[in-house]
Design a protein around this ligand. Structure first.
Ligand code: FES
Length: 135
């Protein structure tokens, strides 16, 4: 599937995505919101023009988060990890580092570097990702 990735501040309350915020031309549709289960992390391989990225999209209730899918410690997919809705983190299944869904910062070792955070939202039930440089 194709998606887009990118921009700062990951989490946008779903249904709350500013219809006039951001650049709609730089958005890529990922899936329908109803296709994402609560606490589910799903990987999207996004490619549009020269831009490409792998993104883990996480839904917590009405809130969505989008992080770079590759763990900053090693080449492992974060979307395979477990989401903690209370702590708002995702755990890397490889060595156990926890990453903040909101900031992409590692909360525990062995990872020491943040993963990128992308702007994601929902318009009319359609989940989109904004292309561009992540935060
Ligand atoms: S690969 Fe993710 S913590 Fe090591």
């Amino acid at each position: 599937m194709s998606t887009s990735g990118n921009a700062p501040s990951g989490h946008v309350p779903s249904g709350n995505a500013p219809s006039n915020g951001g650049n709609k031309k730089n958005r890529v549709n990922l899936c329908l919101q109803e296709e994402l289960g609560h606490c589910e992390a799903r990987r999207f391989d996004v490619a549009k023009g020269e831009f490409s990225c792998k993104v883990a999209v996480i839904r917590l209730g009405d809130d969505l988060y989008a992080l770079g899918d590759t763990c900053s410690h090693a080449d492992f997919s974060l979307s395979e990890g477990e989401v903690d809705p209370e702590e708002q983190t995702i755990e890397c299944n490889k060595h156990g580092s926890l990453f903040s869904l909101a900031t992409g910062e590692p909360q525990t070792l062995p990872a020491t570097r943040s993963v990128p955070v992308y702007r994601v939202g929902v318009t009319d039930g359609q989940v989109w990702l904004e292309l561009g440089e992540p935060s």
